[in-house]
Design a binder for this molecule. Structure first.
Ligand SMILES: [Fe+2]
Ligand SMILES: [Fe+2]
Length: 325
């Protein structure tokens, strides 16, 4: 199916019809069924295909692109619905009903959810990265992280469409920080890519190495930022991503210094220890609190927050199987 992605959308829709189309949609449904039942290869194939399709929506193509294909959209929706259902399945029933209605109390509740979650101070960072990781382990680590950190600016750009007032201003400020406040050499994705230069990671190795849960993390971020319907979920997901960063990156910087790796590769992580605590605080104050006046928003922000906490925990468990529960 990946061979379809660089095709003209109208041609693709004309070429694949009738029984062939039905067979393909059935194959996607059974892939989703297998993934739901715990088949790890099916889960990987599901998330890899979704990640490749999302490449059409997040990268400028060099030639034709099937981005506008109706068939491809139908396939995308099947993959997305299955991914959403699986992620909602990880949320403890009734948990979101406990969210307080008053905005400040709601924010405290969200933070408490995170502090009491096993992902908070996860031993992958606190023990493994900090004290044990080798240079090869850090190399693998940054590859897996690239699906979110490597395009955080584009995620912000996608999620801000349709916002206004304090929320739009906060997202704009955050985006401008991502742009190095106008200095090309300080653009965050540029700084992040420096670590790739230190480790000499080619693009094809990167694609091959991404695990199912790393792919899922990137896919959830694109899914929530891309659809206006999921704006509040994106608020929760990205806000919690920023909030968890500082403590995690303290451990990465510690490992980097312990291993005596070149300073140029760690500028990104060092910077984000400070900048992301400011981003999280600004996000909570200017995006979450004003939105939390509405019950619909409160429920959806909590849902996105829990998606981030739960998926991040599974991802870190996968990186460190000894602590999986
Ligand atoms: Fe950043
Ligand atoms: Fe940030």
């Amino acid at each position: 199916m990946s061979s379809w992605l660089p095709r003209n959308p109208a041609e693709l829709d004309k070429a694949v019809t009738g029984a062939e189309r039905d067979a393909i949609l059935d194959a996607i449904r059974s892939l989703n069924d297998d993934a739901r039942l715990g088949d790890s290869e099916a889960f990987y194939a599901q998330q890899r295909l979704l990640a490749r399709i999302y490449g059409l929506h997040t990268l400028i193509p060099e030639g034709p692109s099937a981005e506008g294909s109706v068939l491809l959209h139908t396939i995308t929706r099947l993959l997305e619905e299955a991914t959403i259902e699986a992620e909602d399945g990880y949320i403890e029933p009734g948990l979101i009903d406990q969210a307080p209605a008053e905005p400040a109390a709601y924010l405290s509740w969200l933070k408490k959810l995170a502090r009491e979650h096993r992902v908070y101070k996860h031993p992958y960072y606190r023990e493994f990265i900090r004290d044990e990781a080798t240079s090869a382990d850090l190399r693998t680590y940054v590859m897996q992280e690239s699906v979110v950190d490597g395009r955080f600016d584009d995620l912000l750009a996608m999620m801000q469409v349709g916002t206004s007032g304090a929320a739009k201003m906060e997202i704009a400020q955050n985006f401008w920080d991502e742009m190095g406040n106008g200095k090309p050499e300080e653009v965050h994705t540029h700084l992040f890519n420096k670590i790739f230069e230190v480790f000499e990671i080619p693009a094809d190795e990167l694609e091959r190495s991404l695990t199912a849960n790393a792919l899922l993390s990137g896919n959830l971020a694109v899914l929530l930022c891309r659809y206006r319907q999921y704006y509040p979920e994106a608020v929760g997901f990205l806000g919690m991503t920023e909030w968890l960063v500082p403590d995690r990156f303290v451990q990465v910087v510690h490992a980097w210094e312990r291993l005596g790796l070149p300073d140029i590769g760690i500028v990104y992580h060092r910077l984000h220890i400070t900048v992301d605590s400011q981003h999280a605080a600004g996000w909570f104050h200017n995006v979450v609190i004003p939105a939390a006046e509405s019950e619909h928003m409160r429920r959806a922000i909590a849902r996105g927050t829990l998606w981030r906490l739960n998926s991040s925990a599974r991802y870190l468990d996968e990186r460190m199987p000894a602590v999986a529960v």
